[in-house]
Design a protein around this ligand. Structure first.
Ligand code: AMP
Ligand code: GLY
Length: 437
């Protein structure tokens, strides 16, 4: 089977690596890819908006399955363009259509969907242009912290949590008048604050049946000890120790099943991954957000734990036999550490040589923001690469991952030193505090 993988990050590197192991795979094509991704597939240049060229490429290469890594093309209607092309009937897109991609593309759509289907989430109100006064009155009735979200895609930056009512109001004003987030902020969602610990849960679905994939805890803040601004994710642990059988059963029954049922009930086709961003509030899962893709760096942490053939699951979606597929997961714990360029998520340098990759023997290295300069791998993004290793328990996995990460270097290399440490129980039962590595 020939497959086209779309994307250029660490998530896509992990997907390409995993797909390349499949006995069902004939040829893997990747676009736009990165130097890590292209080690596992043939790189092609393809403008996804040029349907004529896309069609010609898919036909020429006899592509059966297109895997869309990031949300952008999905929210943009890429799946719809393929599905509505009568000459591409035998092509399956892994990733939902535009209407379902709104689960990620519009916070308001997602919240209303959850409300309709009784899926646990923070209470919310949505305000549009001209409703600043109503939003202010709403804030008056709330207690801090205030959670303010731009409705549309804002690359993870559209959420502000503050105790300061004036700042909350300024944020709302900036969003509603279009000055801070452009179109993404012209609707604003104000939410109740949920206190708990976050978890990323994933499923794969053909729209009718679904399979729960391994879960992961993501570390979103840039600073050791969960400080500083939010990032795309600085590390991950899979499984999270608190995501035990009981908790995951609740995720299955109260979130995953009603979500898939709700989509069907509303006549919305859904094929692909669904990322359920959850808050564990005293053992109860609440949905913070949906994403219509795998997470990054969660994919780099969970795909190495997946023993099953990923392409077999995709084929299950294509042929409507996902219910018969088996998801087999490695028991050991995986830890992923992201190496970033100093300054990220703000300004950072690029073009720094990356050294030491060949010394890493006991871990997987997935590339994100990298490029080639001649024969030399160089940095080319904020999040540069991620390192994943296994351990028989969380402590062992943390040590193994940091040991391998220490072998890789580039000018301005930055990584958090405490990935997973908050989850390691000290003998007293208290969580460990971050230490300098
Ligand atoms: P989102 O883009 O909706 O995932 O939000 C970004 C981050 O803000 C989340 O990962 C949480 O850490 C935090 N967050 C979002 N909504 C809430 C909420 N209702 N209560 C507490 N934290 C939240
Ligand atoms: N790591 C969070 C995300 O991919 O959205």
């Amino acid at each position: 089977m020939n497959v086209l993988l779309i994307g250029s990050g660490g998530r896509e590197h992990a997907m390409a690596w995993k797909l390349a192991q499949s006995s069902l795979l004939d040829e893997l094509y990747v676009t736009p890819g990165n130097p890590g991704v292209v080690r596992h597939g043939r790189q092609v240049v393809l403008d996804l908006n040029d349907q004529k060229k896309v069609r010609a490429f898919l036909k020429e290469k006899k592509i059966r399955i297109i895997v869309v890594g990031p949300e952008g093309p999905l929210v943009d209607g890429f799946h719809d363009r393929i599905a509505e092309d009568p000459t591409l009937k035998d092509v399956t897109v892994i990733g939902p259509r535009k209407i379902a991609a709104q689960l990620e593309g519009s916070k308001d759509f997602a919240k209303e969907f959850m409300f309709r289907h009784n899926i646990p989430t923070a209470a919310h109100r949505t305000f549009v242009k001209g409703q600043l006064k109503e939003a202010e009155e709403h804030l008056d009735r709330m207690t801090e912290p205030y959670v303010i979200k731009a409705d549309g895609l804002a690359a993870g930056k559209g959420v502000i949590i503050t105790n300061d009512k004036k700042e909350a109001l300024r944020t709302i004003k900036g969003m509603l008048d279009g000055s801070s987030f452009g179109d993404a902020g012209q609707k604003v969602v104000i939410e109740q604050f949920l206190k708990g610990i976050e978890l990323s849960a994933f499923l794969i679905t053909d729209g009718e049946h679904f399979k729960i994939l391994p879960s992961a805890k993501d570390y979103k803040r840039i600073g050791t000890g969960d400080t500083g601004p939010n990032t795309g994710g600085m590390g991950a642990v899979s499984p999270a120790p608190f995501a035990d059988k009981d908790f995951m059963q609740k995720v299955h029954d109260r979130v995953a099943a009603p979500t898939i049922r709700g989509l069907r009930k509303e006549g919305i086709d859904y094929q692909g991954f669904l990322f359920m961003g959850l808050m564990n509030v005293n053992g109860e899962p609440y949905v913070i957000e949906y994403n219509v893709r795998l997470g990054d760096p969660e994919a780099q942490c969970i795909l190495p734990r997946l023993r099953s053939d990923l392409l077999d699951l995709f084929e299950g979606i294509a042929s409507g036999t996902l219910s018969e597929c088996h998801v087999d997961v490695e028991d050991r714990t995986a830890v992923t550490i992201v190496m970033a360029a100093e300054g990220y998520p703000g300004k950072y340098a690029t073009g720094e040589p990356i050294l030491g990759l060949e010394s890493v023997k006991d871990a997987y290295v997935f590339q994100s923001g990298t490029a080639m300069k001649g024969d030399q791998l160089i940095t080319n993004g904020g999040r540069v690469l991620s390192v994943t290793a296994f351990g028989k328990d969380l402590e062992q996995a943390i040590m193994a991952t940091y040991r391998s990460a220490a072998l890789i270097n580039f000018e301005g290399r930055y990584m958090r030193l405490d990935i997973g440490l908050d989850l390691v129980k000290k003998p007293t039962g208290k969580a460990a505090t971050p230490q300098k590595a």
